[in-house]
Write a protein that binds this ligand. Structure first.
Ligand SMILES: [Zn+2]
Length: 343
């Protein structure tokens, strides 16, 4: 079968088209014939060796699997051969208390499709059946491929961890990233007041067009951004701050109101943050981390999109063989919305 993978770590140029044996299902796995996948930041981190994983080479990246079930071995987890499925990227050990409760995100041995095992840049993908979700009928395979990683992060950050309530104000930092865009779509549909932060003038315009209540950033200083947000919230700060950068946590603490929540889902700007602990407890702020979602949460998130008739924002659809160019585009930071790959 055709696949795109890499034999050594490096830039986009290490991605190459290759012919690999079609995977055979192992116990508890399904083989999914790929219809569409997408490119995520994590794919580029895996490719350049940033995850420090002992990968078997060649490795096939790709976290978002959308396709048709071709074979199943062992437990079916509610899906049948011939079904259209979406795979939740994260899966657990299956045996611990968290996994048995459908909370595999809290499994200490979680793994990810495309990171710990071969991923979606191939015609046939082997995934645990415990990852598979039958999606609502509204969406095309391309639209579905935009969802697993980016939607699940945004859904868990807002609904599950952030416990967002209608009428609250949310600051979405990194709003023009793929999870940020889903965050804005979800927050608007949940009835939140949205403050979108982006550093890119063209993307700021797009965020305005999407209906963000306030869009700030560009060349503004962090102090200037804080002034605007405090000014827009009667000096109180926001109920929820979505923080994908990590190193900017101190700024997020400044942006949150007393009793507010900060949800961290990344460390794009660095994994260390120098924060004033006093500001945390004197302001009664909760800081929570989140990573991917459980299968049940992805299903809920897709159901919510379908119910609210929300379509994902797609930047570009490319061929699987163009994966290297797709990685360059993503790393160049000029796309607004998801880059999809079709076999
Ligand atoms: Zn487990």
């Amino acid at each position: 079968m055709r696949a795109v993978g890499f034999r050594r770590y490096g830039g986009p140029e290490v991605l190459e088209s290759m012919s690999l044996p079609r995977p055979r299902p192992m116990e508890g796995n399904a083989i999914v014939r790929l219809l569409c996948t997408s490119v995520n930041r994590i794919d580029t981190l895996v490719r350049n060796g940033g995850r420090n994983l002992p990968l078997a080479m060649p490795h096939v990246p790709g976290c978002d699997v959308v396709g048709i079930v071709e074979e199943i071995r062992g437990r079916s987890d509610g899906v049948s051969v011939g079904d259209l499925v979406v795979a939740n990227t994260l899966y657990g050990c299956g045996g611990c208390a968290s996994c048995r409760n459908g909370d595999e995100v809290s499994c200490s041995r979680w793994k990810m499709v495309g990171v710990d095992i071969n991923g979606s840049y191939e015609e046939f993908v082997r995934v645990p059946t415990s990852t598979l979700v039958r999606p609502p009928g509204l969406f095309s395979a391309e639209e579905l491929a935009a969802m697993p990683i980016s939607l699940s992060i945004a859904w868990r950050a807002l609904r599950v961890v952030g416990k967002a309530k209608r009428g609250e104000t949310v600051v979405i930092r990194g709003a023009s990233g793929s999870s940020g865009i889903f965050g804005l779509l979800l927050a608007k549909a949940m009835g939140l007041r949205t403050i979108a932060v982006s550093r890119d003038a063209i993307k700021m315009k797009k965020l305005r067009e999407m209906g963000a209540d306030i869009v700030i950033g560009g060349g503004e200083t962090e102090a200037g951004i804080a002034d605007t947000i405090l000014g827009a919230t009667d000096g109180e700060g926001a109920d929820i701050v979505i923080e994908p950068f990590g190193a900017t946590l101190a700024q997020s603490i400044r942006l949150a109101r007393h009793g507010g929540r900060i949800v961290v889902y990344g460390a794009l700007a660095g994994a260390a943050a120098n924060i004033d602990i006093k500001q945390l407890y004197l302001k009664n702020i909760s800081v929570a981390g989140t990573h991917n979602s459980s299968r049940g949460e992805l299903k809920e998130a897709m159901g919510f999109l379908a119910e609210m008739r929300i379509r994902p924002v797609i930047a570009k659809v490319m061929g699987l063989e163009e994966a290297a160019r797709a990685h360059s585009l993503l790393e160049g930071g000029r796309c607004f919305g998801k880059i999809l790959l079709r076999p």
